[in-house]
Design a protein around this ligand. Structure first.
Ligand code: TRP
Length: 483
């Protein structure tokens, strides 16, 4: 048991890298690398490979990227630090952790609502996350059968379209993914997935580097780089501001307690600032490489378009794989890696709720896991139908899935993040906060702390105000600049 820290009884916790622990004795991981891997496993997922490229494509490329990086640095990194701080200081599940720290600083017990909102947000996200992860499972089955060999963009679009049209296929793979996730969270990941992820996540990274090299020689690398890095501010819309913001939370797994739950296992001596930077850098690199690769392929083929939406990853990459020697193996391995990345993220959406039900209400772990995943599964059917039978039922042009994504990613996660920033930045006693951060480089940690206090909440409140004003029809910017 290479990573065990002060372990007394082995139960209930899971995680990457062969970690076992118990909530009752609150052991810690022996090294910060285990935490970094666990947090990176949660952060790197469909958000990086599937979502980031398509929202980038829909929102005009470079201008959106700048905004997104800005959100990662000025909001994502500070909020991640705050989440880890809460988790590590309280060493328990997110809801109990917030309650305990609110107590410690003599604050209202209503702060625990923040954690309950997080559990609810996790449920909503898991419901659609599992459906999309199911797409990657379906793609494994197509790839294994050689279904992508020499495929044209047109045919690739048809494969994707046929999948979306078939409710049975979508529900089947959604169910399989949910089942695997619930087994993993139920049994504990330490043996199976723990070891698998240790190998497979680096493999995903190497494969992405391989694809990057491929796209340099075979794709339209130049156009891709221009799309990603040639900044044109006129491309930005209010909608893209909201999307970039929400995605900074989504991609770093922030705003609902997932990282807080992991923080509960971070060793006392680990420097939080540097840990947070490592996770944010890994996550951003994976997203950037995925983006560069996908757009190099898109711009090299007629029939693929940057604004293809949620199908972008699934329509573009098979075209590239199909033209390579050994396409069956390469495509299969790639979609297996996507599915594994999704799995290590999905478990972090489930774990806070399961730990909370277990510790606070004595719900047996299996009971919590089954109940939570059954709810998420049922809700996921709405997402399945959004791509076929219900695609015509829209509200303001958005399907059920679009609304779910918008409400969770663009509203609930940033709201959770705002609450976390205010809690740690303004409400917790400063001495406690400083005490929790004192192992790190003082310049780095003070910088992040100041951003958390003075910049993140202001940006978040500002964006919320502008978005609301925009929705109700006020163009605040125009009002402000009018003379
Ligand atoms: N970050 C993951 C991704 O990019 C998704 C995810 C896992 C998540 N846990 C989360 C998103 C918690 C928000 C909150 O795919």
């Amino acid at each position: 048991m290479p990573f065990l820290g002060r372990l007394k009884s082995v139960q209930c916790w899971f995680l990457l890298g062969g970690i076992m622990s118990s909530v009752s004795s609150h052991p810690t991981w022996r090294s910060r690398w285990v935490f970094i891997m666990a947090a990176a496993g949660s952060a790197v997922g469909l958000g990086n490979l599937w979502k980031f490229p398509y929202i980038l494509g829909e929102n005009g490329g470079a201008a959106f990227l700048v905004l997104y990086l800005f959100c990662i640095v000025l909001v994502g990194i500070p909020v991640m630090m705050a989440e880890i701080l809460i988790g590590r200081r309280a060493r328990s599940n997110p809801i109990a952790a917030v309650t305990r720290l609110a107590n410690e600083s003599q604050l209202s017990k209503h702060w625990s609502l923040m954690g309950i909102m997080g559990v609810f947000t996790g449920l909503l996200i898991l419901s659609f996350y599992s459906v999309i992860a199911g797409w990657s499972l379906h793609y494994i089955s197509v790839a294994v059968q050689g279904g992508f060999t020499s495929i044209s963009p047109d045919e690739s679009g048809k494969v994707f379209g046929a999948m979306l049209a078939s409710k049975g296929t979508l529900i089947g793979w959604h169910s399989v993914f949910m089942l695997i996730s619930l087994l993993v969270v139920g049994f504990g990941v330490e043996k199976g997935l723990g070891n698998a992820v240790k190998v497979l996540m680096p493999l995903l990274f190497f494969m992405l580097i391989g694809l990057l090299i491929y796209s340099f020689f075979e794709g339209n690398f130049h156009a891709s780089m221009a799309f990603l890095f040639e900044f044109d501010i006129s491309e930005l819309t209010w909608n893209s501001v909201g999307v970039a913001f929400g995605h900074a939370f989504f991609t770093l797994s922030l705003g609902m307690g997932a990282i807080m739950a992991y923080g509960a296992y971070l060793p006392e001596k680990a420097p939080i600032g540097r840990v947070v930077l490592s996770v944010a850098i890994i996550d951003t690199l994976v997203a950037l490489v995925a983006g560069i690769v996908i757009f190099s392929i898109v711009f090299a083929h007629e029939g693929l378009s940057a604004s293809d939406g949620p199908g972008l990853l699934f329509q573009s990459l098979p075209v590239a794989f199909g033209g390579m020697p050994g396409s069956t193996v390469i495509a299969t391995v790639f979609f297996v890696l996507v599915a594994i990345a999704a799995l290590s993220s999905a478990i972090s959406l489930m774990e806070p709720a399961v730990a909370w039900l277990n510790e606070s209400f004595n719900v047996p772990r299996w009971g919590g896991v089954l109940g939570f995943s059954a709810l998420a599964w049922a809700l996921g059917l709405g997402t399945v139908l959004s791509f076929n039978d219900w695609s015509k039922y829209t509200l303001y042009d958005k399907t059920f899935f679009d609304w779910l994504d918008l409400i969770t990613t663009n509203i609930l996660l940033p709201l959770g993040g705002l609450a976390i920033a205010i809690f740690v930045g303004w409400r917790m006693k400063e001495a406690y906060v400083k005490d929790s951060l004192n192992q790190d480089n003082p310049v780095l940690i003070n910088l992040i702390w100041l951003i958390l206090r003075y910049v993140s909440p202001v940006i978040l409140l500002g964006i919320f105000t502008l978005l609301i004003a925009n929705v109700v029809g006020f163009d605040l910017i125009a009002l402000m600049t009018k003379d």
